[in-house]
Design a protein around this ligand. Structure first.
Ligand code: NAD
Ligand code: DAU
Length: 331
């Protein structure tokens, strides 16, 4: 099978490529990635000779036509993904997440695809105080990132109903694991702690996210390529709802650092309080995640501890300027 994976040099995309190479040796994989600040060929180093890599932009028709030529399955991971950056400057979010998805869907109309997997996010539902969102819940995105993702999500659905593009939409909760860019909460806190820097916890530190290991997310997407119904949307959730402060404490404890490294800072504007998904639809189809959050978090902390050669160059590059700008207004 010929599979196009967009955003395959990012965090989840590269873990998905690694899984695909391992589990599906018959797949011919093309990765289309713009290599933005978040894309990194080092994430694919161990599978580089098993895939075709094309540097390009999902919002560029020529790049997409070339990459999608002959493809049977498209998995669209490519996106601008960091909420804090979307608050500073949303331009690239609209261009990539909305316009880029549009270009992919338009091109898909001309190709005999079997599946177009649109990787959406639980953030499209917005925040929920109690209970959990089902796939039927209304969308209520509250920041420029999630609004752009909601636009892409609904465009994908519209191309299914209007143009018969064989779309399946996934909405996953917060991922953690190896190769996550260290601007995101868990790798930022682990690597800051390793560097002896403070851990900037937003607001009162009691916002809740439902954490899923990236390998589980990738397994769920793989399962849906084979078993998902066209035109359907599936929530993917870890079932691990945890307050941010608890994760911060677990990180410093495992690394033998003082809790005084954790510093409450000014909150993120429009900070969603709690995400919670009902993943019953996917469970009824036959897929559930692993449940050992504490163990998987321990493994993740250990991975960053033993992979300084991966994250140190990142933190000394573009990241430094971003971090200085981001935290100047918070600390
Ligand atoms: P990431 O930021 O680590 O990687 C994004 C990748 O997309 C990078 O390799 C980047 O170079 C590439 N990219 C960006 N713009 C592009 C463009 N215009 N053309 C081609 N490539 C481009 O992101 P991630 O955390 O791996 O997220 C992957 C997908 O999963 C995104 O669609 C995101 O919305 C979704 N998602 C993420 C999470 C999470 O917790 N990280 C949860 C649910 C859904
Ligand atoms: O829910 C899925 C989404 O999860 C994905 O769609 C996004 O691409 C991904 O970035 C993530 O969004 P969040 O905003 O939930 O993740 P982030 O890692 O930025 O923050 C997680 C929580 O930690 C959130 O409540 C904000 C808080 N936080 C984050 C950072 C970066 C802090 O307290 N301090 C920080 O420095």
């Amino acid at each position: 099978m010929r599979v196009l994976i967009t955003g395959g040099a990012g965090f989840i995309g590269s873990n998905f490529v690694r899984r695909a190479v391992r589990e599906h040796p018959d797949w011919q994989i093309t990765v289309l990635d713009k290599l933005t600040y978040a894309g990194n060929l080092a994430n694919l180093a161990d599978v580089r000779d098993r895939i075709t890599f094309q540097r390009g932009d999902i919002a560029n028709r020529d790049d997409v036509q070339k990459a999608m030529d002959g493809a049977q399955v498209v998995v669209n991971f490519a996106a601008e993904t960091h909420v804090d950056r979307s608050i500073l400057w949303a331009d690239d979010f609209v261009k990539t997440d909305v316009l880029g998805t549009f270009v992919l869907l338009e091109t898909a109309r001309q190709v005999k695809l079997e599946r177009f997997i649109q990787i959406s996010t639980d953030e499209v539902y917005g925040s929920i105080e109690s209970g959990s969102f089902t796939e039927e819940s209304p969308l209520n995105p509250r920041n420029p990132y999630s609004a752009s993702k909601a636009g892409a999500d609904r465009l994908a659905f519209a191309y299914f109903t209007t143009h018969n593009v064989p779309v399946i939409i996934t909405r996953c909760s917060n991922n953690f694991g190896p190769y996550q860019y260290p601007e995101k909460f868990i790798p930022l806190f682990i690597t800051n702690a390793l560097e002896g820097k403070s851990l900037p916890l937003y607001g009162d530190g009691r916002n809740v996210r439902d954490w899923i290991h990236v390998d589980d997310h990738c397994a769920a997407v793989d399962f849906l390529i084979a078993n998902g119904q066209l035109g359907e949307t599936y929530n993917i959730a870890g079932g691990n709802e945890v307050e941010n402060i608890e994760i911060a404490r677990a990180i410093v404890k495992q690394l033998g650092k003082p809790e005084s490294l954790i510093q409450l800072v000014k909150d993120r504007p429009g900070h969603d309080r709690r995400y919670s998904l009902d993943a019953g639809k996917l469970a009824r189809l036959g897929w559930t995640p692993r449940r050992d959050f504490a163990g998987l978090l321990r493994d993740t902390i250990a991975w960053y501890t033993s992979h300084e050669s991966w994250w140190r160059p990142i933190k000394s590059g573009e990241f430094r300027q971003y971090y200085a700008q981001q935290y100047a207004s918070r600390v």
